[in-house]
Design a binder for this molecule. Structure first.
Ligand code: ATP
Ligand code: MG
Length: 416
């Protein structure tokens, strides 16, 4: 991608009315546009980051047998009445709208009911199970506060998966497999070291705990108690002596921290399947309940979390796995030989599958370097008359302060 044809521009001034660090950085770098509080548009480079995160999540869900679907954003009232989740007194963050004939509709905030409804058409026998179905989709929630940028949106991107099992034991296996896949996702995103599987309230329908995945951060809304050695944590909401005993944890071994919930998994037992009449026939033809689980990951919240965490005073420092490009190629000056060498390097890198953001604009070096830092591209490569004179390229990693001169061969090897 050539910067000269990119319609977004960076800004050196902080956006007015934005208090959260992730939103400030992402707006200044031209990655997102704030439409209104809690509602952000993704611009070319920001969309690349979002897609990279989605792809990592998708690969890990596929690896455990997840089947991707895309359910609808418009929700029918009747379906949610069957599970008693339509009434605003029960679920207070619905966005609702109406058809011209007055029929009320909801805007998708979660999808247990729709996926169960769909499976009615396909699941009859024990042979049809187990199933993991997931989607990556926009969710709408009328959140009370939306001041944390991408961390809490009123319109945001979530991956939600639902599992359907023939027994509690089969459910437990699916649940653990998904938990392991989650850990892989956070590792690949660079957040593994600071993300804790956290015991939390399982809701009123089960005596089990749910599991949240909490990333340590001062801006986190949740208080959690971390066991560093066991790499697990307990949410404050269930932090009682009785629960700690159940979990085999000692109060004095836990440290209080703040966390951002970047995902969670829930045992649903048969609450939704029973309520909507989804059953299966076992080997002897008897009707049995289906045990469900649901598994959410905050895709856009993760983008905000990564921008919030991997940053310094100059801007974002994207982990390579999600960066919108791997190389920021800065051409300094516009001498014919410099332009020729930079164009050639751009083509060679691109042909080798390296994602390059080519700064081919006629800007001062200081501007280009500041943009490279703000945008957080993992490597900056400079082509100037000086580097050409030495027959080398100047390379600097975003997270290091010193640069090095490499010849073409070694440069290509660095990105191989
Ligand atoms: P929270 O307690 O933060 O409101 P939740 O318990 O409502 O989260 P779920 O409904 O289980 O979360 O959603 C699954 C995941 O989606 C969450 O773990 C979180 O990462 C993400 N998420 C939830 N609400 C939002 C939001 N308003 N903006 C961005 N991401 C969200
Ligand atoms: Mg919520």
């Amino acid at each position: 991608m050539r910067m000269s044809s990119l319609f977004t521009k960076t800004s050196r001034t902080e956006p007015a009315g934005e208090t959260s660090k992730n939103a400030k950085l992402l707006i200044q770098a031209g990655f997102v546009h704030k439409e209104m509080a809690g509602v952000y548009a993704y611009l070319p480079l920001g969309l690349r980051v979002l897609e990279n995160i989605k792809q990592i999540v998708r690969e890990e869900m596929n690896a455990i047998g997840g089947q991707e679907v895309m359910l609808t954003a418009l929700q029918p009232q009747e379906l949610f009445e069957k599970t008693d989740r339509w009434d605003d007194a029960k679920v207070d963050n619905w966005f609702k709208t109406k058809l011209k004939n007055g029929t009320e509709l909801g805007l998708g905030l979660t999808h247990e009911e729709p996926i169960v409804d769909i499976l009615q058409a396909f699941v009859n026998s024990y042979k049809d199970l187990p199933i993991y179905a997931y989607q990556i989709q926009t969710k709408f929630r009328n959140e009370l506060r939306a001041k944390s940028g991408l961390l809490r949106g009123r319109e945001f991107i979530m991956k939600d998966m639902y599992s359907f099992a023939r027994s509690q034991q089969e459910h437990d296996e699916l649940y653990e497999k998904a938990a392991l896949a989650y850990a892989k996702v956070y590792d690949r995103l660079g957040l593994g070291g600071i993300t804790y599987r956290t015991y939390a309230d399982g809701g009123i329908f089960t005596t089990r705990f749910s599991d949240e995945f909490q990333t340590l951060s001062d801006v986190g809304e949740d208080t959690i108690y971390v066991h560093e050695g066991k790499k697990i944590a307990v949410n404050k909401e269930i932090f009682t002596d009785e629960n700690l005993a159940k979990l085999g944890l000692k109060r004095e071994e836990l440290v209080e921290k703040r966390g951002v919930e970047v995902g969670n998994i829930f045992p649903l037992e048969s609450k939704y399947s029973d309520a909507l009449g989804l059953y299966y026939a076992d080997e002897t033809g008897h009707q049995q309940s289906i045990v469900m689980g649901c598994y959410g990951i905050g895709i856009s919240r993760l983008m905000g979390m990564i921008a919030e965490h991997f940053a310094d005073d100059k801007g974002i420092v994207w982990p390579a796995a999600v960066a919108p490009a791997n190389v920021y190629l800065a051409r300094l000056g516009n001498d014919a030989d410099v332009t020729k060498a930079a164009d050639k390097l751009y083509n060679d890198l691109t042909e080798n599958g390296v994602a390059v953001l080519y700064d081919d604009r006629d800007e001062r070096p200081g501007e280009k370097f500041a943009d490279a830092d703000l945008m957080g591209i993992p490597y900056r490569v400079v082509v100037s008359s000086r580097t050409i004179a030495e027959n080398k390229f100047e390379v600097k990693a975003r997270d290091k302060s010193d640069s090095q001169l490499l010849d073409k061969e070694n440069l290509m090897k660095l990105f191989a």
